[in-house]
Design a protein. Structure first.
Length: 384
């Protein structure tokens, strides 16, 4: 990741230099701290397993969608690049397979990623099935594995097509099926920008997130960095977003450039359906004019100096007559754990109890004596 970052910093440095040179002509020595990093995410959708157009007999993975939209994706990539920007291209497994089938397409993706675009994961999991938007056919959930549309589990999904040739860092997925290596999770879309205190889905900073409660199994403990992206999908919403960007650029000057990310998302289908692409070009030019480099999410996040977030430990509690036992899983990555208690969750005053525990990768059992309050709350905090 470090070497990829260095390459991207060179192009950013060149861009900043241009901005500074332009400013110097007017006697301004340095631009005020402002938004500098942006990302543009492109969702590449499958033809879903429950789509009526899918072959009901063979239930093979259907590649009609990527076949129909591939050239539109290439056009969008070219439009971004000709304006000096780089995309995060999120492939569902269907696109990953389609991209792998002929050398020309494999080469195309290799050229895109070499130039600075990023290949990322777009996965429609169980939640998509629940909300009716369709499922891409892969899941770790046992309940889905007897479904006739089931193609395989998540580790198997990551062997499909060209995924294996790339380090996949960024993703969107509607459930907790996080493949190893995912560090950045993009969500949001429809929440409008109001002001710097309520930036909606347009501007965000990384916050640790996990899917605790959504799934069972090992995935639920995996923490990733969550970032937002704003829908840039159809004409009305594009006009609205362009206006929001204008307001945000003012509100976020000055701001900590290495903390905030402005991000957008569209679907290849939207780009394909809309014959005129003026709004895309307008957005790209607006970014350039304001010194913002649209770059791969992984590269933009590198400016935030993020290490992998720590997943909250999963606790369980066994009450006895006067004693209480708390267990939690520890890691052996140098983290220490501290048990805390409070009697009131509304205005909590957390106090340390017991001594700190250094993780060793096994379950830790802590005994709390004289736990005789009618009710108490306990938590375990993790320290790096
Ligand atoms: Zn999607």
């Amino acid at each position: 990741m470090r070497s990829g970052t260095t390459r991207k910093m060179t192009s950013l440095a060149a861009l900043l230099l241009r901005v500074l040179l332009a400013s110097t002509a007017f006697g301004v020595l340095s631009a005020p701290a402002a938004l500098r990093h942006g990302s543009f995410i492109v969702h590449c959708e499958p033809l879903l397993p429950n789509d009526p157009a899918r072959d009901p007999v063979t239930h093979l993975m259907d590649l009609q969608r990527p076949a129909m939209y591939w050239d539109a994706l290439a056009e969008l990539v070219g439009l971004a690049e000709s304006n000096g920007h780089f995309l995060t291209i999120m492939f569902t497994p269907q696109w990953s397979v389609y991209a792998s089938l002929v050398p020309a397409r494999r080469l195309q993706v290799a050229e895109w990623t070499h130039a600075g675009h990023e290949l990322a994961l777009h996965h429609h999991g169980e939640e998509a099935l629940i909300f009716g938007s369709g499922w891409d056919g892969f899941s770790n959930l046992p309940s889905l594995q007897s479904n006739t549309n089931f193609f395989g589990d998540i580790p198997f999904m990551m062997t499909q097509g060209i995924y294996t040739n790339y380090t996949i860092r960024s993703a969107t997925t509607e459930d907790g099926d996080w493949p190893d290596g995912i560090l950045y999770y993009l969500n949001g879309g429809g929440t409008t920008y109001t002001n710097a205190d309520h930036p909606g889905d347009l501007i965000s900073t990384a916050s640790a997130t996990s899917m605790v409660g959504l799934v069972t199994g090992s995935e639920q403990r995996m923490a990733v960095w969550g970032l937002k992206m704003r829908l840039f999908t159809h004409e009305i919403c594009q006009t609205q977003v362009l206006a929001e960007v204008q307001a945000a650029l003012t509100d976020f000057t000055p701001c900590d450039s290495n903390r905030w990310l402005i991000a957008f998302v569209t679907h290849v289908k939207n780009f394909y359906d809309e014959k005129e692409h003026g709004h895309y070009e307008e957005l790209f030019q607006q970014m350039t004019a304001n010194g913002i480099q649209l770059m791969a999410v992984t590269n933009a996040a590198a400016f935030m100096n993020l290490d992998r977030p720590v997943a909250p430990p999963v606790m369980s509690c066994t009450p006895g007559e006067t004693n209480l036992w708390i267990t939690w899983e520890t890691t052996n990555e140098g983290q220490t754990y501290q048990v805390q208690t409070t009697t009131n969750l509304l205005s909590p005053n957390w106090t340390n109890i017991l001594s700190t525990v250094t993780g060793d990768g096994s379950n830790h059992l802590a005994q709390i004596s004289d736990a005789t309050n009618a009710s108490s709350f306990y938590r375990v905090i993790v320290q790096e």
